[in-house]
Design a protein around this ligand. Structure first.
Ligand SMILES: *[C@@H]1O[C@H](CO)[C@@H](O)[C@H](O)[C@H]1NC(C)=O
Length: 180
């Protein structure tokens, strides 16, 4: 009995990621387009892998910043949660439900919702924590404060120690980052 519960518990643990809000057709309406800008992922309901890790890292970096990080989990079975949102944002045609096999072909997608009801835009850059964070800083003008900056510097230091970057490379990156 206890063993049978394990996979279920694993799913529950996965469902809640730090600083990522679960959005559906109601919470999206309540939480976007108001006082906070939002960066929202559209993906399968339990995303995993490199892209999911990159998004988690963005959410970690965004702790303390004035931006809501959200996810719309789209399911292809049961209640087919959030297929309506996929359709509203142009990720699904009205006449056909998304199937399990569609998910990896189409998703994840990312959209930025400005504060106070400006038009939302799709993020089409690389799916890496650094690129998405840079997008939020530069295009969305979100101030990440010291915490985000320290994370980047930490990574530079780690790369240097692990021999992934030489001294010159690190210095160049440091100069570039401090201009950003
Ligand atoms: C909103 O989502 C719920 C749950 O999936 C669904 O029952 C409802 O029909 C959706 N509303 C609209 C307007 O699509």
């Amino acid at each position: 009995m206890a063993l049978k519960l394990l996979p279920f518990l694993a799913l529950v643990a996965q469902a809640a990621d730090y600083n990522i809000v679960n959005l559906d057709n109601n919470t999206l309406k309540l939480l976007t387009g108001h006082s906070l800008p939002a960066f929202v992922r559209f993906d399968r309901d339990y995303p995993y892998g490199e892209k999911a890790d990159a998004f988690k890292a963005v959410a970690q970096t965004a702790v303390g910043a004035q931006v809501l990080i959200g996810t719309v989990g789209i399911s292809t079975y049961g209640e087919k949660m959030n297929q309506d949102l996929a359709e509203r944002f142009g990720y699904k045609s009205p006449d056909k439900d998304l199937e399990y096999s569609d998910m990896d072909n189409i998703f994840p997608k990312y959209r930025f919702f400005p504060a106070n009801g400006g038009a939302d835009i799709e993020y089409t850059g690389p799916v890496t924590a650094d690129s998405m964070t840079l997008f939020l800083k530069k295009e969305a003008k979100i101030y990440f404060g010291l915490k985000g900056t320290i994370r980047e510097f930490d990574k530079l230091a780690a790369d240097f120690v692990n021999g992934k970057s030489g001294k010159d490379q690190v210095l160049k990156m440091l100069c570039r980052k401090s201009i950003n």
